[in-house]
Design a protein around this ligand. Structure first.
Ligand code: HEC
Length: 460
C-alpha cells in the first residue's frame, strides 16, 4: 500500500535540490563578506551550513530513490550522486568546525570556496541528467557546436536510396534511425526507461526490465513490435500517448526486421522483404515537369520569325532549348498554317492553340511533336475524332479541351496513355459523363456534384 512513498519522495528530488543550493551559497557569501565582523555573523553562518547540510542530505536521499525508481543508469548518475553526498558531508563539516572554534582561520575561506565548487559541479551534472549534456550547447550556432566537439546530427526521418536500397544495412541503415527518432529520447544509456536502451544493437538484444524484447522471426511475440501496435490508449503502448509516434511504414519495417531474424549486419536486400516496404522511404526526387532531353537550340532568328508570323514563342527558361508556343495573338491560325511550326517541332513542349480556327485534322501534325508536354485546344472546333493520334506524344501530361464538343467516348481512346495525367474538360460534353472515373488520367470537369444535404431542402 505504501509502495508509492519511495517513488514519490524520489520525484521531489528536482525540487529539493534547490534548498541546499540556497542555504550553502548564502553561507559562503557571508563567510567572505563578514570579514572582521565575523563573530557577529557566526551564528547565522552556522545555521546556513546546518540547514544546508540537512537539506543536502534529503536531496541526496530523494535523488537516490529517484535513481532507483526511474530507470537511470548508474554510469550517468554516479558522479552526481557521489558529489551530492560529498556536498552533504562538507556542509556538516563546516557547520561543526564553526561551532567548535570561534576563531576565524583563513583556511575557512578555502573550505567554503571548495564547497562552492563541488556544489556547482553537482548541480551541473544533475542538470545534464535531466536536460541532456547538450542543454547549453544546443542553442549555439551549429558551427560553434562542431567547434566545441558536439554532434549536431538532428534526428532526420529515415530516407533510403531508390537505386541501391538493397545494399543498405537493415539494422544500422533503417531500424536504428527509426528508433533514434522515435524512442531514443527515453531509451538511451542515460535515461533507461523500462531499463531499456534502444540506442545500440547490444541494448536491443539485452532487452528491458521485463526481459527480452525480441523473439527472432516472431514479431507478434516481440514487445519491440507489439507495443507499437497496441491501441494508443493502452498503457503499454509505445511511445507513450501524446509523444511523437512512428509512421505506419516505420512500424512495418521494424516488424519485417524482426521477422527476418534481426541481425546486426544483414543488408536490406538479403532480408527477403517485400520491396513495397522500402518504397515509402525513397528520397523524393524532384521530377522535372518537362522532358530532360538533348535537343538543338533553335536559332534566335527562327524564333524571331515565329514571332513575326504572330506566334507567341519563348524559352521555358533561360538557356533551355525548349519552347513555349502560343497562338494567343493569332486567332486565325488554322490547319494549313501548321507548316510554320515545323522547324520547331523538337523544341515545342508547350503548345496553346486556344481559340484558333483549327480542326481535328491538325492533331495528326501535333502527334509529331516528340516532346510536347502541355497541349491546349480550348474553344476550338475540334470534336475529338482524331484524339487517338496523341498516343504518339509520349511526353504529353496535360491536355486542355475546355469548351469543345469532345465527348468522353472520343476521349477514352487516350485511356492508358503512358504519360497523360490530367485532361481539363470544362464546358464540354465530356464533363457531364459518369464514366470519367474509369479513365487512367484525371478528368477535371469543374462539375462539383456534392451529395444533397438535409439542410438543402429546409425552407426558411
Ligand atoms: C516518452 C518516453 C518514451 C518513449 C519516447 C518511448 N518509450 Fe518505451 N518505455 C517508456 C517507459 C516509461 C517504459 C517503462 C514503462 C512500461 O513498461 O510501459 C517503457 C518501456 C518500453 C518497453 C518495455 C521494456 C521492458 O522490458 O519492460 C519497450 C519494448 C519499449 N518501451 C519500446 C519503445 C519503443 C520501440 C519506442 C519507440 C518507438 C519507445 N519505447 C519510446 C517510455 C518511452
Amino acid at each position: 500500500m505504501i509502495d508509492f512513498i519511495f517513488p514519490l519522495v524520489g520525484r521531489f528530488h528536482p525540487i529539493l535540490v534547490h534548498l541546499p543550493i540556497g542555504f550553502l551559497v548564502f553561507g559562503v557569501i557571508l563567510i567572505f563578506w563578514a570579514g572582521k565582523k565575523y563573530s557577529i555573523y557566526s551564528p547565522i553562518i552556522q545555521l546556513a551550513f546546518l540547514l544546508g547540510g540537512i537539506s543536502a542530505g534529503f536531496a541526496s536521499i530523494s535523488g537516490f530513490l529517484q535513481y532507483q525508481g526511474e530507470g537511470y543508469g548508474w554510469d550517468s548518475v554516479k558522479f552526481h550522486l557521489i558529489l551530492g553526498i560529498l556536498t552533504t558531508l562538507l556542509s556538516f563539516g563546516l557547520w561543526y568546525h564553526l561551532k567548535k572554534s570561534v576563531a576565524y582561520p583563513a583556511y575557512l575561506k578555502i573550505k567554503a570556496a571548495t564547497l562552492l565548487v563541488i556544489l556547482t559541479l553537482t548541480g551541473h551534472l544533475g542538470g545534464n541528467i535531466t536536460h541532456g549534456d547538450d542543454y547549453f550547447t544546443e542553442v549555439l550556432p551549429p558551427e560553434l557546436q562542431v567547434f566545441l566537439g558536439g554532434e549536431t546530427s538532428k534526428n532526420e526521418p529515415l530516407e533510403l536510396p531508390e537505386d541501391n536500397w538493397e545494399e543498405v544495412e537493415f539494422y544500422a541503415g533503417a531500424i536504428q534511425p527509426i528508433l533514434d527518432q522515435n524512442c531514443k529520447s527515453c531509451h538511451n544509456p542515460k535515461k533507461l526507461k523500462g531499463e531499456l536502451d534502444l540506442s545500440t544493437f547490444k541494448g536491443i538484444q539485452k532487452g528491458g526490465e521485463d526481459g527480452a524484447i525480441l523473439e527472432s522471426g516472431n514479431p507478434e511475440k516481440s514487445s519491440l513490435f507489439t507495443r507499437l501496435v497496441l491501441p494508443e490508449d493502452d498503457e503499454d503502448h509505445m511511445p507513450p500517448k501524446d509523444k511523437r509516434q512512428p509512421r505506419k511504414e516505420e512500424i512495418e519495417l521494424i516488424k519485417a526486421w524482426i521477422a527476418s531474424g534481426p541481425s546486426e549486419n544483414a543488408k536490406l536486400g538479403e532480408a527477403a522483404i517485400n520491396a513495397s516496404l522500402v518504397t515509402p522511404f525513397f528520397k523524393k526526387n524532384e521530377i522535372p515537369f518537362y522532358p530532360v532531353i538533348e535537343v538543338a537550340k533553335l536559332p534566335q532568328d527562327s524564333i524571331s520569325k515565329l514571332r513575326e508570323k504572330g506566334f507567341f514563342a519563348e524559352q521555358i527558361k533561360k538557356d533551355s532549348p525548349l519552347l513555349k508556343v502560343s497562338c494567343i495573338n493569332f486567332p486565325t491560325f488554322s490547319d494549313s498554317d501548321w507548316q510554320m511550326l515545323q522547324s520547331a517541332k523538337d523544341q515545342i513542349v508547350y503548345l496553346d492553340l486556344t481559340g484558333t480556327a483549327i480542326s481535328d485534322v491538325v492533331l495528326e501534325e501535333i502527334a509529331s511533336l516528340p516532346n510536347l508536354t502541355v497541349l491546349k485546344l480550348n474553344q476550338t472546333g475540334i470534336n475529338g475524332s482524331s484524339l487517338g493520334k496523341l498516343v504518339e506524344n509520349k511526353n504529353l501530361k496535360l491536355l486542355y479541351i475546355n469548351n469543345t464538343q469532345v465527348t468522353v467516348d472520343k476521349l477514352s481512346v487516350l485511356d492508358g496513355h503512358p504519360s497523360l495525367e490530367k485532361v481539363f474538360a470544362f464546358d464540354s460534353p465530356a464533363a457531364d459523363s459518369e464514366k470519367s472515373s474509369l479513365l487512367s488520367f484525371y478528368l477535371e470537369t469543374g462539375n462539383l456534384n456534392l451529395p444533397p444535404l438535409p439542410t438543402d431542402t429546409i425552407v426558411y
